[in-house]
Write a protein that binds this ligand. Structure first.
Ligand code: PMP
Length: 978
């Protein structure tokens, strides 16, 4: 058969590429080179093909397949099949990409791209007409009402009820509100093509126009949406992205937007009813039930209420939350100043108090707000009245109810949807206008509302809206019932005390709501930052009802793009910024960080916050010391010697003399001077790709910098040896020290020393082979040089099994350099050496570093080292490091791109490769993974000469849950590109 078509198509289209048969239920589909041939079933209506060919020609190949005419110029040919029957045949260009159904990740950006593609397509198709468009067929959603007659086929009564209510909603729609035009009518996940590979997925094409028909254009969105939402963890956000993007290129009206959700549900209903009917004809086909499962999972899920989804779509398009909401807002604005004072006093001059992520340190631990702290929130602003902001992101909502995902560090609701008025407990609360009690409850959970009342109101035009009063004294439950009328100015409740208001400092949470659908049982008082476009419209600023201006009470977090612009204009271009979408971080706690909107991030990258971000002990000693004095090492202070004693207690015998400086760089500069002073020589030997700091001298010994593009180049007094990389290297690394020493000698240089990061870090988290440093040190020492261990990355317990990296290598350096983590964010460098080396250095001029060893630095560093011991963070690094390494090794088994995992304790590298045989560095993939991890709110880094090694190096506080979050997320992301 295929030979028959090969020769037919050769004659008709001049085809020379071999035909490959593709799937197709009734028609024959072939791929050949960059073309697709469609051989229609015998008896196929030529008009149906004509409709598609005309539409595709009109769309002109933009994200749709271009029609390829036959040699005689005809778009459609009639050719005989091998039984002699006539078949309609046509050809089109093949589009690249995989189908959306198989693609991952399915991102909001991709949904937006689909929305604009459909919008542009429909705008063009609006001018298309064809007799076949108005044929009757079951997939015209506007005619979907046919399923109502078949609901008896659905055995499950609950499901039948779901379908019945979908049909009822459908029957109330005014479909005339959306213009009838030609639409694709089947943008399902097998008819969309997207890019593959280690870059964000992009839409490459929309195919299969066989279901085109004339229908209200919103059916296009409802149908595409019906597939977009299936088995997605953020279906509403996906839908909103698609609809907003469609609206941007092909504007919709609000009544049209209102029909999308009911039509989407109707499409899924048509789909399950249709497949149930087919199943009754083929009772043994399991595929039918399997194919229904995702639709049922969506229809039966406990997700966002359909009316709230509609409000979301409206908001995403810039419309008000529901029909009439704009009238309510206009009326409230006009009446501002005329409402009865809710707290009985004029609030015009009441001060605002910010509890925001950026302005406050409430709560100390953003994962746990204990009762005593909750009772004191905002105490710095006094007894009141003072006001808490609308739209303010806060970290005080720590209860599990606010969390939106499985992890402690998952996204959470942070943004306040109300205005607070802080006043003493017992203060009476008055109704701002007439209302009817809709809800009067006592919710006694920790950090819940305590007593809560919702009043329903009407504008003179008859539009309803609602006001919510939270954190009340529940005494009202004895007198007030649902349905009671409350007159304007009537005192109907009072502020609760901490024991009865959810545990908070006494205040009222005063919220406005323009609708209540889907909010029952929860009455959200805070929203997720990424949903604020919705909440801003459903629960807008209630300032008018308090007779206050909106501007006074609305909080605006610092704007990231303004800060970015400032940075670009104020700083040099080689001050690099991580991530294609940079993060702005405002608060931290242990191994967690929070951005300006309170979005949490797991910090799996930063080694500076060694004992965790915002450690209360560091904060306390720093504040106390700054309150006393802060000076330098020209004067005596016991903090200096106490710190020296602590550091030396961690050192092997012989290393007995300490220098304090400001940075790792400065410590390495000093190490160079000490080595030269002690040996009288200048030459240095160091492994390739090392990094020791950013000053002239430190760069001279940092191949990572001097050999970088535009770098200063290698000085003649520096000799490089190969990186001890056992994954890519050939071995024999230590043997290169001898030739390096000889090369220095040949240039007239003696050997002052050897410097190495004990475990090379920027070179890609390398663990040198056992015995490596012992061998190198022996050769350097035999040549008269000193051995310098840069422990900035590896020291202070990070390796778990060892306090310093050199212990693992079983060597004792002559000089040890420490930096970054030792100050937990405070700038400090420390150098330790032997007395005789310090004595040689003391022959020269006085040594003084103004800030090195400042009183403040000394107390902070001593506290950091004590915390490592007191909290047993070295042991934690070992346990968590083992857990991480074990999980990473599992990923190495399953992922074709994980070439090597290496590490010790919480110093880990994941070497990503194109394939495991060539070990070619997968640089683009590494960047993709790093950015995707950031999308999932996990910060990791990338390193290595080809920037293909994921660097995982969290604060030592990380716990099992944090490790599991990294492993699970990394596994998911690697699966996206497998
Ligand atoms: N040595 C090593 C191994 C480092 O990683 C760094 C900084 N990343 C430095 C020295 C320089 O430290 P600083 O930036 O504090 O000067």
């Amino acid at each position: 058969m295929i030979d028959h078509w090969q020769s037919q198509l050769q004659t008709a289209w001049g085809l020379d590429a071999p035909l490959i048969r593709l799937d197709g239920e009734y028609d024959l589909n072939f791929a050949a080179g960059d073309m697709i041939f469609k051989v229609m079933r015998a008896g196929c209506d030529p008009q149906l093909i004509d409709m598609q060919v005309q539409a595709l020609s009109l769309l002109g190949g933009q994200r749709v397949p271009a029609i390829v005419p036959a040699l005689d110029g005809a778009l459609v040919q009639t050719l005989p099949d091998n039984s002699g029957a006539d078949r309609l045949v046509w050809a089109m260009q093949k589009l690249s990409g995989q189908c959306y159904a198989d693609a991952s990740p399915k991102t909001p950006a991709l949904a937006a791209e689909l929305g604009s593609a459909l919008g542009e397509m429909d705008a063009t198709l609006a001018g298309f007409d064809h007799p076949m468009l108005s044929r009757d067929f079951k997939w015209n959603l506007a005619q979907g009402g046919w399923i109502a007659d078949h609901l008896d086929q659905i055995a499950d009564t609950n499901r039948k009820g779901v379908l019945r209510s979908i049909c009822d909603d459908f029957s109330t729609l005014t479909l005339d509100n959306s213009p009838v035009q030609a639409i694709h009518n089947d943008a399902n996940d097998y008819n969309l093509l997207v890019t593959t590979g280690a870059a964000s997925r992009r839409l490459t094409g929309i195919i299969d126009f066989g279901d085109m028909c004339a229908a209200p254009r919103v059916c296009e969105l409802a149908i595409a949406g019906a597939y977009l939402v299936l088995d997605h963890d953020q279906p509403e956000r996906m839908l909103a992205q698609m609809v907003a993007a469609y609206h941007a290129v092909n504007p919709l009206t609000a009544p049209e937007v209102d029909m999308i959700v009911p039509l989407l549900r109707m499409r899924l209903a048509v789909s399950v009813v249709n497949s149930t009917l087919m199943a009754s004809q083929n009772p043994d086909d399991p595929y039918v039930t399997i194919s229904q499962a995702p639709a049922w999972r969506y229809l039966e899920r406990d997700g966002e209420h359909p009316k709230l989804v509609t409000a979301r779509l409206r908001a995403a398009c810039g419309f008000c939350a529901r029909d009439g909401a704009d009238r309510v807002l206009a009326w409230l604005d006009a009446e501002r100043g005329n409402f009865a004072p809710v707290m009985g006093v004029d609030l015009a001059n009441a001060p605002m108090g910010s509890l925001s992520v950026e302005n406050s340190t409430w709560p100390e631990n953003p994962f746990d707000l204990p009762a005593p702290e909750a009772a004191q929130i905002g105490q710095e602003f006094g007894q009141g009245p003072w006001l808490g902001y609308y739209n303010e992101p806060r970290l005080i909502y720590t209860a599990p109810a606010f969390r939106m995902g499985p992890w402690a560090a998952s996204d959470r609701r942070t943004v306040h949807l109300a205005i607070d008025v802080f006043m003493p407990a017992g203060s009476p609360v008055y109704a701002p206008l007439d209302g009817t009690v809709l809800v009067a409850e006592y919710r006694d959970g920790h950090l819940d509302y305590g007593g809560v009342i919702i009043l329903e109101h009407q504008t003179p035009d008859g539009d309803a809206f609602y006001t919510l009063y939270g954190h009340l004294d529940p005494v009202f439950t004895q007198t007030l019932s649902v349905g009671d009328k409350v007159g304007k100015g009537a005192a109907f409740c009072q502020l609760g005390d901490t024991g009865h208001n959810g545990g908070w400092a006494p205040h009222i949470h005063f919220q406005l709501a323009l609708m209540t659908d889907g909010m029952h049982g929860d009455w959200p008082g805070v929203g997720a930052p990424d949903d604020m476009y919705l909440w801003d419209r459903v629960c807008p600023n209630p300032a008018a009802l308090l007779n206050l201006p909106d501007a006074k009470t609305r909080y605006e977090p610092v704007d990231k793009s303004t800060v970015l612009q400032g940075r670009q204009s104020q700083f040099g271009a080689n001050l690099s910024l991580t991530y294609s979408d940079p993060v702005m971080l405002m608060r931290g706690w242990k191994h967690h960080l929070f951005d300006e909107w309170g979005r949490p991030y797991l910090d799996a990258y930063n080694n500076v916050p060694h004992v965790g971000h915002a450690h209360p002990r560091i904060r306390a000693v720093a504040a106390a010391q700054l309150g006393r004095m802060n000076s330098n090492t020209r004067y005596l202070h016991p903090a200096q010697t106490a710190l020296a004693e602590k550091i030396l207690s961690k050192m092997p015998d012989g290393l007995d003399t300490v220098f304090f400086v400001n940075s790792g760089t400065e410590a390495n500069e000093l190490a160079l001077r000490l080595a030269r002073a002690h040996t009288g020589a200048k030459g240095m030997v160091t492994p390739d790709h090392g990094y020791h700091g950013n000053t002239t001298g430190a760069i001279d010994i940092s191949a990572y910098k001097f050999n970088a593009k535009g770098g200063v180049g290698q000085p003649d007094w520096v000799e490089l040896i190969d990186l001890p990389d056992t994954y890519r290297g050939q071995g024999g690394f230590a043997d290169q020290a001898g030739p390096a020493i000889a090369a220095l000698a040949a240039k007239g240089h003696g050997v002052a020393g050897f410097i190495a990061e004990t475990f090379p870090s920027v070179a890609g988290q390398i663990i040198p082979p056992d015995g490596y440093l012992a061998q190198v040190y022996a050769q350097i020492r035999a040549a008269g040089g000193l051995c310098i261990a840069d422990e900035v990355q590896t020291g202070l317990g990070r390796l778990g099994a060892h306090y310093f990296g050199f212990e693992q290598q079983q060597v004792t350096p002559d000089i040890v350099v420490m930096g970054k983590p030792i100050g937990n964010g405070h700038p400090v460098g420390v150098l330790v050496t032997r007395r005789e080396i310090a004595d040689s250095f003391a022959q020269g001029p006085e040594f003084f570093s103004t800030f090195g060893g400042s009183t403040l630095s000394c107390v902070i560093v001593k506290e950091v080292l004590d915390i490592v011991d007191d909290e047993e963070l070295q042991t934690n690094a070992q346990i968590m490091g083992d857990r991480l390494m074990a999980g990473l090794r599992d990923l190495m088994e399953t992922s074709p791109h994980v070439g090597d995992v290496r590490g010790m304790g919480l110093f880990c590298g994941v070497d990503l490769v194109v394939d495991k045989t060539s070990k070619t560095q997968a640089t683009a993939l590494c960047s993709y993974v790093k950015n995707r991890m950031r999308d999932h709110r996990i910060l990791i880094g990338s390193e290595g000469p080809k920037d293909n090694v994921l660097k995982i190096r969290p604060p030592l506080t990380i716990d099992a849950e944090g490790i599991d979050m990294i492993l699970q997320t990394l596994g998911d992301i690697l699966a996206e590109v497998a």
